[in-house]
Design a binder for this molecule. Structure first.
Ligand code: DC
Length: 228
């Protein structure tokens, strides 16, 4: 990563508000946006489609390095369009099932290694907002501004629930709370690049805060760090 390119990292557990905040921040700053979770979700989907088993570590690593994917920014600051082998899979990769598979493949060091460079090329002028679990600790450890967003497990599950009912997935709220907790446990406890705040990150608890309130806090920190 070139030192001169400004990078803002936004890490945290699922449902903490990373995606919404990162996309708005990128749009405000005119920066590129990396949804690193989408890479793990795309890999999970590609593995399903090409029948690569979850215990075929080498096969998964090769797929991670070579899968045909693309991201198209949305000019209105919304989610990018995500394609796998040319097909728009933006909605398909958001299911809880793919989320769980993504978290499983993400625990494999060979997979993380294969995806490292594919993530780093997103750091281009005029700057990048990178959203994930290990953006500030590993992938962009030299980033100028690091944010770690968190929220209570119940609130995070409620946010997921509201996203999923609009997609007609049928988990009850208590079932979803359990799934969200299980996925976070796995992401926190894995040996490689576990979910944790970077030492130089500011931690913001978004429980009960509006998007605008979180964005204002994030922006204040970013402006200070980037010298805007
Ligand atoms: O942010 P998300 O829910 O789309 O991420 C899906 C899974 O991918 C998540 O459970 C863990 C994994 N992930 C990761 O290990 N490292 C990242 N930088 C981003 C996501």
């Amino acid at each position: 990563m070139s030192k001169a390119i400004p990078v803002v990292t936004v890490d945290g557990p699922s449902g903490a508000g990373k995606g919404t905040i990162s996309q708005l921040l990128a749009a405000q700053l005119g920066f590129h946006y990396l949804d690193s979770g989408a890479l793990y979700r795309l890999l999970a989907m590609a593995a399903q489609r090409h029948k690569v088993a979850l215990d075929n570590v080498e096969g998964l690593a090769v797929l991670a390095g070579h899968m045909d994917i693309s991201f198209e920014m949305n000019p209105d600051g919304g989610s990018p369009t995500v394609r796998l082998e040319g097909e728009d899979v933006s909605d398909l990769i958001r299911s809880e099932e793919i989320g769980k598979l993504a978290s499983l493949v993400a625990a494999l060091p060979e997979v993380r290694q294969a995806l490292l460079q594919r993530q780093r090329v997103f750091a281009r002028e005029p700057g990048l907002v990178a959203d994930g679990r290990d953006m500030g600790t590993v992938v962009f450890a030299q980033a100028q501004a690091k944010i770690y967003l968190t929220a209570s497990a119940d609130e995070r599950a409620k946010r997921r629930y509201n996203q999923l009912i609009s997609k007609e997935e049928s988990d009850s709220l208590p079932a979803l709370i359990e799934k969200v907790k299980a996925r976070d446990e796995r992401d926190r406890k894995r040996e490689v690049s576990p979910l944790r705040p970077a030492e130089d990150a500011i931690v913001i608890d978004t429980t009960g805060l509006t998007v605008q309130a979180v964005l204002a806090k994030v922006r204040q920190h970013v402006d200070l760090r980037l010298g805007h």
